[in-house]
Structures are given as C-alpha cells and as structure tokens.
Design a protein around this ligand. Sequence first.
Ligand code: DGL
Length: 266
Amino acid sequence: MSRAIGVMDSGIGGLTVAKEIMHQLPNEQIVYIGDTARCPYGPRPSSEVKKYTWEMARFLYNQNIKMLVIACNTATAVALEEIQTAFDIPVIGVISPGARSAIKHTKNDRIGILGTSGTIKSKAYEVSLQDLRPSIETFPLACPKFVPLVESGEHAGSMAKKIVAETLYTLKSTKIDTLILGCTHYPLLQPIIEQYLGSSITVISSGDETAREVSAILAYRGELSARHEKEDHRFFTTGSSKIFGQVAMEWLQDNLSIEMVQLPGN
Ligand code: DGL
C-alpha cells in the first residue's frame, strides 16, 4: 500500500501548499490537518506554537506518512529543526523554499516579507535570505489581520481590499521588487495584494517551491507513488468543518471528505 504525504497548518492556509503538491505530484495521496480550533498561531507565544505543532506532527506521523510538510511559516520558524531531528522520515518547512524562490526573482535585492507576528519576530526569513545572498535588504511587515480574515472565509470581498490597503501602504515607498507571502494563508489574498501593489512587484508564495522540494526528496529516496496505488486524500480539522470545507472546495476544486479530530490539548 502507498504511504501519504502529511501536510499541516494552523488552519486552512496549508491548503495553498497542498494544492501545489497535488498539482505537481498528482499520483500522491495527502493527509492534511488544520488546527482550526486554535488558529491563529501567529500571536501566540512560541512555546505554545511549538506544543501545538508537535501535537499535529505526531498525529500525522501516526497515519504512517512517508514525509511531513510543515505548511505553516509560524510553526516552521519554531519547530522545524526539532521535528526533523526527532522523526525518521523527511520533514520540510516552507521558509527556505519561499526564500529560495524570492532570491530567484529579485533583481534589485530588495525583498518585502509579510508574515504573522510570530514569523516576523523570529526573523527566520531574514536569516534564510541572507544565508543565500548577504546583499539582500529586507522589509518585514506583520499582518495580524490577514489570517482571521481568511479563516472567516472573507478573503475576496470589500473588507479584504480595505484591510490589505491599510496594512500594506507602508510598503509602497520601499522600492522592493519582490514580496514574500510568508504565511500560507496569504495566497488566498494574493489577487487583492497584487492589485493593490501593482505589477512592478513580484509576489511570491512558497507553495510552488515547497512542492518541488517534496518531489525532489521523494524521487531521490525512490518513494514516489505509482498512479495505480493512489488513494483518496484525507482532510482533518480540529474545529468547524464548515468554512474549512467551503475554502477547501473553492481552492482545491475537489470533492473532499473532511473529518473532525481532537488533538491531546484541544
Ligand atoms: N498559515 C500560518 C503561517 O504560514 C499561520 C497562520 C496563523 O495561525 O497565524 O504562518
């Protein structure tokens, strides 16, 4: 029997990464968990985010997955290295792939970073970008209103436009040519963000590069699935499945079965 790829996030944001994995690796099965009941993680202390991240990681590990993708920047920043060390399967996050992708696109080395308060405070993107190219100048900005907007299913309306404009206006004077969406919820706001900032700024989300990394690792390990082995994807949420289901259908355009689950600390 084929083993699935585990994907996790504090809520529905990781679906933006799951979508890329499904697109690039259509033979693979995904097991997804979103900790909707405790989302957002962004404003929480890092010790709490770490605890919740571990609970999700153990849950997915117990589903016999062959690889784990921490599709949450906030969780990646605080727990990736620990989980990589503890697990005997490959574990990747979304920060290095996002940084790599931004470096590929920038021409003037001025890169904006949007993220949750936790991710921005951690400076994980700055470290990743400057490791790759020390001349990079970064312009970080925490966007605490974005995740609640997306989790409430309001990512496309006039309220979203207003909040995006109010939050991003300081970026207009920075002369960045590339902007990292350093939270996996933000690609749901990408059309509005792009419209507000205009076409001179390339907006990067880490899903595409993360999926490439999944593909490369599984190919190297000889663990890519063959088409005939594929089973249905499985989606778990710790909270209400209503908005999770709506966004998942809209974003993934798939018929999904969504199961509620309780983690030890829920
Ligand atoms: N989607 C998550 C991230 O990439 C976190 C959102 C949150 O729970 O605050 O950072």
